[in-house]
Design a protein around this ligand. Structure first.
Ligand code: PEP
Ligand code: MG
Length: 581
């Protein structure tokens, strides 16, 4: 019987079958001894040399990856150099060698352990990533002090599927993708540096399995299905056969679908359907472009706020500008910060809430923290000068919020004008429609915006009163609930009546099974992650708007969710069997 692990997150897609290799980042031995006063200078020198050697090693990695991969990835290692130069670590180590008269390894180990302990108590993905950076530096420094060669993943010379507790970005950078077919880590999330590198290096990866690495042994046969986030250990012959076929089909399909990149996204009856990308960080734009994305429909700017310190105007301006210039003349829709709910930021203080999803989130937070909002608006506006930019406010519940947010935007514009800083004076302003009240008053909101963008992730949870991250009631969280379809229809009707642009950027937009339904309802602008962009384009190119409308007319006559689900499922099975996995 095979064993299946399903609790990880696929962060880089693909399917691989191979032998497991459990990588135990070999344990460092930390020698601990005291030194005599006359040995202090030589100890400081030994430490200085180890820092220099570590810096050299990091710069080598940086050089290696900046030629092969994107420049942004090599920036990850610039942050390692910053850690190395951080007075918290270097100066403190020197001072303590002097004061405590202990050897450098002992001091470094204690300082890193304190820093890591402090960061571990904070629930934040970015800070957890900082722990990986500090551990990486710690390991290199200790090894260099002892003149020990670090075991490198670059030395692996046969095909394996790598399992480990965690990987540092430098370990990931050293992987040879001819031998490391895929990797699985116990820790990590979508936005961790290691995940970003996996996507950029196109190594299939699943992270956050909690204890995946202790469930396999070296040499176990495993299947990594980094499309559905599934790992099969000791698969049966039938599973192997199934997956070999699945893998071949997937590769074949990827090759086939990649040919679609530059073909028009148009239905058989010549209606253009636009496909944009959703991104969290600028590094993701590369893959959106490669998949033929026609711009960015949702830039979740809050990820800039998951940082060590509050991003200032200049930093934000540069990040936004990078994306805007990269897509010029195609549009980039920047959504103002949406912290709160499940997105906790350490740089902006949100008050703990009894019901976080119903609390001070998104635009509510911005309107209560005007300085942060003003800085962000100024940065977005300044960046708008460099390409086609749209500005969008999240979680609008009332027209008053929208009017206030727009008035603050006008204030920021007036300031910039006075300062002689250029911006797009005709920047399009839109509201996310993700709260039921916004759908009901869409006719009022429509008078104040250029566009609506529907956030189905939240809209579904608020329509059905079901927490989008609760597992126990997840059966209720269903975009095919008839009430959701009726809400979506109303948004389309209102935006048509008021002649404003409409797009959809919740996960629903990026799931091929919903494409016909959404086109039939009247959506023409879809924003999504890259995973199914090709499949969705393929579907678009094989259908007519007329048949989508007929399909939706029929769905809207049904009363029960299971009937709707069944109808959608069998339609997909009949029409798109060969492209849907
Ligand atoms: C949504 O709610 O559908 C959406 C796109 O926003 P987020 O997932 O960031 O809340
Ligand atoms: Mg939302």
């Amino acid at each position: 019987m095979s064993k299946i692990i399903t609790n990880g997150t696929s962060v880089s897609p693909g399917i691989k079958i191979g032998k497991a290799y459990v990588y135990k980042n070999s344990r460092l031995i930390i020698p601990k001894y005291t030194i005599k006063p006359e040995e202090i200078d030589s100890e400081l020198l030994r430490f200085k040399k180890a820092v220099e050697k570590t810096k050299e090693e990091i710069m080598d990695i940086q050089k290696q990856i900046s030629t092969g991969l994107s420049k942004d990835l090599s920036d990850i290692f610039s942050s390692h150099i910053l850690v190395l130069e951080d007075p918290m670590i270097v100066e403190k180590t020197k001072n303590q060698i002097y004061e405590k008269k202990r050897n450098a390894e002992w001091i470094i180990n204690d300082i890193s352990a304190d820093l890591i302990k402090g960061l571990s108590s904070i629930e934040d993905e970015y800070l957890r990533e900082k722990i990986a950076d500090i551990s990486d530096i710690h390991r290199r420094l200790i090894s260099n002090l002892q003149k020990i060669e670090i075991q490198s993943l670059a030395d692996i010379q046969n095909e394996v599927i790598l399992f480990c507790t965690d990987l540092t970005p430098s370990e990931t950078a050293m992987m040879n993708k001819n031998f490391i077919l895929a990797f699985v880590t116990d820790r990590g999330g979508r936005t961790s540096h290691t995940s970003i590198m996996a996507r950029a290096m196109e190594i299939p990866a699943i992270v956050g399995t909690v204890d995946g690495s202790s469930q396999v042994k070296d040499g176990d046969l495993v299947i990594v299905d980094a499309i559905h986030g599934q790992i099969i250990i000791d698969p049966t012959d039938t599973e192997i056969d199934e997956y070999i076929k699945y893998q071949e089909d997937f590769l074949q399909l990827e090759l086939e679908l990649a040919k679609l990149t530059n073909l028009p996204s148009q239905t058989l009856d010549f209606e253009d359907i636009f496909i944009y990308g959703n991104i969290e960080i600028p590094e993701e734009t590369k893959v959106i472009k490669e998949h033929g994305g026609q711009g960015i429909g949702l830039y979740r700017s809050e990820y800039l706020f998951m940082n060590k310190s509050l991003p200032d105007e200049e930093f934000q301006f540069n990040e936004y500008r990078k994306v805007i210039e990269g897509f010029k003349p195609l549009p980039v829709t920047i959504r103002t910060i949406d912290v709160g709910g499940d997105k906790v930021s350490t740089t902006v203080k949100t008050t703990p809430e009894r019901n976080p999803f119903l609390g001070c989130r998104a635009i509510r937070f911005s309107l209560q923290n005007r300085d942060i909002f003003r800085t962000q608006l100024r940065a977005i506006l300044r960046a708008s000068h460099y390409g086609n930019t749209k500005l969008m406010f999240p979680m609008i519940t009332t027209a008053e919020e929208l009017i206030t947010a727009k008035s603050l935007t006008r204030d920021a514009m007036a300031e910039l004008k006075k300062e002689g800083k250029p911006f797009d004076e005709n920047i399009q302003i839109g509201a996310m429609i993700e709260v039921p009240s916004a759908v009901i008053v869409a006719d009022i909101l429509a008078k104040h915006v250029d566009f609506f963008s529907v956030g189905t992730n939240d809209l579904v949870q608020y329509i059905l009163a079901v927490d989008r991250i609760s597992e126990s009631i997840s059966y209720l969280y269903n975009p095919l609930n008839i009430s959701v379809l009726r809400f979506l229809k109303r948004i389309v009707d209102v935006s048509r009546e008021f002649n404003i642009d409409l797009s959809i950027c919740g996960e629903m937009a990026g799931e091929p099974q919903f494409t016909m339904l959404l086109i039939g309802l009247g959506f023409r602008h879809f924003s999504m992650g890259p995973a199914f962009m090709y499949q969705i384009k393929k579907i678009i190119r094989s259908i007519t708007v007329k048949e989508c409308r007929e399909f939706v007319d029929h769905l809207l006559t049904l009363e029960f969710t299971n009937e709707i689900e069944e109808t959608v499922r069998s339609m997909c099975k009949n029409k798109f069997k060969e492209i849907l996995f």
